[in-house]
Design a protein around this ligand. Structure first.
Ligand SMILES: NC(=O)c1ccc[n+]([C@@H]2O[C@H](COP(=O)([O-])OP(=O)(O)OC[C@H]3O[C@@H](n4cnc5c(N)ncnc54)[C@H](O)[C@@H]3O)[C@@H](O)[C@H]2O)c1
Length: 328
């Protein structure tokens, strides 16, 4: 990663898990960071996430659905990271309107503000591997068709297409980084509504049981948050990334049961228990999910640096002194 000295960076959703880790990295690289976030109580936003950098950044507490407010923060930024999102798959099935508003219309608001007021900015949007749904070939690459099985993933698919349309039609320098099961410090670990592996971490840290459905054999990709952040920064610093979609995923794949067992082992707490699949849950499960990171490695020279074991050890160290901030 090159220096970001003197760069003006906007991070929507910067109070959340990935956005706040990204904000810290951008500050460390010398950027002037503005966070735009409404601290939506249904998402993983947490003010504690920015305690260490609060003196070095600006925060604009507004909703991405407010186009006027979005238009205030977009001008003059060199890089815009689009991380604001309604991030619960389960919530999107209960409140599809809210999910559609934030994950679809919210991204249009941001893109439209970029087109009107700052068309030279570099724009990095985050997608998700669950846009693909059940995989028809593995390892799945960026050309794999998309058949999402929940509303959140469908809206993420739509906003990815908006991002690419703005790149082609209006020459916006935009890129999509698709992530999968990112884990680490500052995540929402208190609720099963969010990423399953962070929830496992929360349970283990409290010494509770981690429930795995069936035998937990379905494979998943996991990525430590610092590696997700480095993929975003490298994409922002590259011109070859413009108009492209990349999977930023780990080199290794693990079964859900292996992830649960590793969580207990490296956090030194909790216990894994196995139960039958609850009725209805299996219908939206996508089965095995083996993904390819060849394109991002080749184009951006990115590769994940932190494996599951060291990621879990670093995660434990982070939460040791501030667990209570993440359990409310
Ligand atoms: N965590 C993962 O494993 C993962 C995997 C794939 C993709 N992603 C994507 O990464 C991005 C960030 O995810 P995260 O895990 O950090 O989520 P998060 O829930 O921790 O953070 C989302 C942030 O967006 C903010 N937000 C929500 N609605 C908003 C609105 N209407 N206006 C302004 N701000 C709003 C929230 O307050 C929160 O701070 C999302 O786009 C998500 O789809 C995450």
């Amino acid at each position: 990663m090159k220096t970001m000295e003197g760069k003006k960076v906007l991070i929507t959703g910067g109070l959340g898990f990935i956005g706040s880790n990204l904000a810290s990295k951008c500050v460390q690289l010398g950027a002037k960071v503005t966070i735009f976030d409404c601290l939506d109580p249904r998402s993983g936003g947490n003010l504690f996430n920015i305690t260490k950098i609060s003196d070095s950044i600006q925060v604009s507490y507004h909703n991405i659905l407010d186009f006027d407010q979005v238009s205030q923060v977009v001008p003059e930024k060199d890089i815009i990271f689009s991380c604001a999102s309604s991030t619960s798959h389960a919530f999107s099935m209960r409140e599809p309107w809210i999910d559609s508003d934030v994950n679809s219309k919210g991204v249009i608001n941001l893109l439209e503000a970029v087109r009107r007021f700052n068309p030279k900015a570099k724009f990095i949007h985050l997608g998700t591997s669950t846009q693909l749904g059940k995989l028809s070939y593995q390892p799945a690459d960026e050309k794999h068709p998309e058949f999402p099985t929940d509303i959140y993933s469908a809206n993420k698919s739509v906003s990815e297409k908006y991002t690419l349309i703005y790149s082609k039609a209006f020459n916006i320098r935009s890129t999509v980084i698709r992530l999968s099961n990112v884990f680490g410090p500052k995540a929402s670990i208190h609720s099963s509504e969010f990423t399953f592996n962070n929830y496992f971490i929360g349970l283990a840290l409290q010494g509770k049981d981690i429930t795995v459905y069936g035998e937990g054999r379905q494979t998943r990709n996991v990525l430590y948050v610092d590696d997700a952040v480095s993929a975003m920064v490298l994409a922002a610093q590259s011109e070859e990334s413009t108009g492209e979609v990349f999977f930023a995923v780990g080199d290794e794949h693990f079964s859900v049961s292996e992830i649960a067992e590793a969580t207990v082992k490296y956090l030194g707490k909790g216990k894994v228990i196995y139960t039958d699949w609850p009725i209805g849950k299996k219908a939206t499960d996508i089965g095995d999910a083996i993904l390819s990171n060849k394109k991002i490695k080749k184009t951006l020279g990115w590769s994940p640096k932190i494996n599951l074991e060291s990621g879990l050890v670093q995660t434990k160290e982070y939460y040791e002194n501030c667990l209570k901030e993440y359990l409310r």
